[in-house]
Ligand binder design. Structure first.
Ligand SMILES: [Zn+2]
Length: 388
């Protein structure tokens, strides 16, 4: 039996103006009709009335991790048994889905737990968003995020071998830690981790295997190496300079902004003084980079990066940097779908696409926090949350 969703206000994710009194018909997990009338005849379709709320495409998070939270000490990852880590990942999957995120790019987990979670979600064992996974990320010996077991690679040969192993395991993309980070004690976030030749090899090998290379990179020399080598996306990018942003715009390299992480850490009692201090600097840097990315025409997306489900902060930051409220919604839907390479299937409410649909209480164009008041979640035509 089909499902008909009666929508009051509908924002479809394409950037078009909202429409009123629309009905969506859902069959076999797909949207099969969108009508201004009510395309249903009683008895042949299940009707769900969402007219009190604003209907949107399921949200997409282009950068998160599942098996740990930002408050966790990172060495926990090597101390904690995988069985416990994956339980936490499963719990986060459910929480994230119920917050309206129906697709998510997983940007680094240990021991291929992300591949197992992807399988658990796709087979219905665990409730969660559709996952795109990066497998074991690449870092240098003793380098950034080297707390993940078995992800240290040095030299061109090891890099190529590691990427081949991720492709063989079934990763959807490759994740590389190309610079320092604010999460790592005493590492300059602009210091490059890999040599020029290593970056060129990583991009080349990923491309040969048909996998996008997403690089954790805050700026500095590694940013130029990545962009010139043809990396798929720069993740974070707080201190990217204008010349690199211009090159990114010209070459179509995506920028996935994750500034919400810095906002949360800067305000949180559990953070160390050093973390808070770094994050305050980072917030300023992100503000500038986001404005310049917009002005220079860089294609952007947004990710919550351990601040699970916190897309509202990212959307608020985009609005603060001059993106329109509608564009901030597109960033969380259609733009992120393009970065995840799933824009033919989801990210907007159009006939033929997946029935990934949410409803929120309020108008997210006027009030970004409306996006946090999720009342209904459908993923691939299955209802996971429906408040009356
Ligand atoms: Zn991350």
């Amino acid at each position: 039996m089909s499902i008909t969703l009666l929508c009051g206000t509908l924002i479809d994710g394409t950037g078009r103006e909202p429409t009123d009194n629309t009905a969506l018909r859902v069959e076999d997990g797909l949207i099969t009709a969108i009508d201004t009338a009510t395309p249903f005849s009683p008895g042949t379709t299940q009707v769900i009335d969402l007219r009190r709320w604003t209907v949107l495409p399921g949200l997409i998070d282009a950068h998160d991790h599942l098996c740990f939270d930002w408050t966790d000490p990172k060495d926990l990852l090597s101390r904690e048994p995988d069985t416990w880590s994956i339980l936490r990942g499963a719990a986060n999957c459910r929480r994230i889905l119920h917050a309206g995120i129906t697709t998510l790019r997983v940007m680094g987990e240990k021991n291929h737990l992300d591949l197992q979670l992807r399988h658990a979600v796709s087979t219905g064992l665990v409730e969660g968003p559709d996952l795109l996974v990066s497998g074991k990320s690449l870092t240098t010996a003793g380098g950034v995020q080297s707390w993940f077991p078995d992800n240290e690679v040095d030299g061109v040969a090891e890099i190529r071998e590691h990427i081949r192993r991720q492709a063989n395991a079934g990763a959807d993309l490759i994740k590389m830690f190309a610079t320092g980070s604010t999460a790592t004690r005493a590492v300059d976030p602009l210091a490059p981790c890999f040599s020029h030749d290593e970056i060129v090899a990583a991009v080349d090998e990923s491309r040969r295997l048909g996998l996008p290379l997403a690089a954790h990179c805050h700026g500095g020399p590694a940013a130029r190496d990545l962009v010139e080598a043809g990396a798929y996306s720069i993740e974070h990018g707080a201190w990217l300079t204008d010349d690199v942003l211009e090159q990114m715009a010209g070459r179509g390299v995506y920028l996935v902004l994750t500034s919400g992480y810095a906002h949360v850490v800067a305000d949180h009692a559990a953070a160390t003084d050093l973390q808070r201090e770094r994050c305050r600097h980072m917030i300023q840097a992100y503000r500038r980079t986001t404005m310049r990315a917009r002005e220079l025409g860089v294609a952007i997306g947004i990710g919550t990066d351990e601040n699970h489900a916190g897309l509202a902060i990212e959307m608020r930051n985009l609005r603060g940097a001059g993106y329109s409220p509608m564009q901030s919604i597109q960033a969380a839907t259609a733009w992120n779908a393009r970065i995840c390479k799933v824009d033919a299937q989801t990210g907007s409410l159009e006939v033929g696409k997946r029935a990934d649909v949410i409803a929120v209480d309020g108008d997210p164009l006027a009030d970004v926090d409306a996006i946090t008041r999720v009342r209904f979640v459908m993923r691939r035509g299955t209802v996971y949350r429906h408040e009356m």
